[in-house]
Design a binder for this molecule. Structure first.
Ligand SMILES: NC(=O)c1ccc[n+]([C@@H]2O[C@H](COP(=O)([O-])OP(=O)(O)OC[C@H]3O[C@@H](n4cnc5c(N)ncnc54)[C@H](OP(=O)(O)O)[C@@H]3O)[C@@H](O)[C@H]2O)c1
Length: 220
């Protein structure tokens, strides 16, 4: 587990925070008392999203959020992932950058994992951001569940992967501020592909069972 790591008071920025995933995470972290900064390509859209979240969340352009936040979550579609991170290399230097991007394609058979030249979206982030501490996490959380006020406890383990122990400890502790959630260390960044790809299986499960399925790790 994460031992004595505390994330109390750290501010959380979310790139692409105007989307379902970003807003869902923003809502839960704001409710847990963290200063939250929603990022967007448009300051206006970011402010609108922040107002809809409430609990003191603020909105700004992605570059401002990347500069101001202590820890930054990347919640944009895989299509825009590499270019956005390339444009924010300086702002994100020295920071923990949490990548939750699932490179997926969709066809008549449903969702499937896309190949990524660097190995995974998280490894792509690490390649583009050599001066940041890239961690992979939050791939399997359902934005619908995060946004649902009726769901007080989210029944889910968040797999946290990375090569920097202090950074993965921090992100595990951050995941655990969401009631019901445990942050579980899931290995080095080179193993992020299958964690991202597993989301395709979860989407198939959700379609068959009309659910918002998550993952629990036993015996830890
Ligand atoms: N939805 C989920 O339940 C869920 C769960 C786990 C992981 N994820 C992952 O989280 C990420 C975001 O998911 P989402 O459903 O929230 O996606 P989304 O709504 O399609 O996109 C999120 C935000 O990204 C920004 N964006 C879109 N295209 C962009 C581009 N080319 N460059 C820069 N920014 C762009 C947009 O914000 P602005 O237009 O305001 O800039 C948009 O509101 C995805 O990679 C997904 O795999 C999603």
């Amino acid at each position: 587990m994460t031992g004595d790591t505390t994330v109390s008071g750290i501010s959380i920025g979310i790139l692409g925070g105007t989307g379902d995933q970003g807003k869902g995470l923003a809502r839960r972290f704001a409710l847990a008392g963290h200063p939250v900064l929603i990022g967007s390509r448009s300051a206006g859209r970011a402010q609108e999203a922040a107002e809809s979240i409430g609990s003191g969340a603020r909105g700004a352009e992605n570059a401002v959020v990347a500069t101001e936040a202590d820890l930054v979550i990347v919640a944009v579609p895989y299509d825009g992932h590499k270019a956005l991170l390339e444009s924010l290399r300086t702002e994100l230097a020295g920071k923990i950058v949490v990548d939750c991007v699932n490179p997926l394609g969709f066809d008549k058979q449903g969702a499937y994992a896309l190949p990524v030249e660097e190995g995974s979206a998280a490894q792509q982030a690490a390649a583009v951001l050599p001066d940041s501490r890239v961690v992979a996490a939050f791939h399997h959380v359902s934005a619908v569940v995060l946004m649902d006020p009726a769901v007080e406890k989210v029944d889910l383990d968040v797999l946290v992967l990375g090569d920097d122990r202090e950074a993965t400890d921090t992100v595990q502790a951050l995941a655990s501020v969401i009631p019901g959630v445990r942050g579980i260390y899931g290995g080095r960044l080179r193993n992020a592909f299958q964690v991202e790809a597993l989301t395709a299986n979860l989407i198939s499960i959700n379609r068959r069972y009309k659910a918002h399925a998550g993952v629990r790790v036993t015996d830890v």
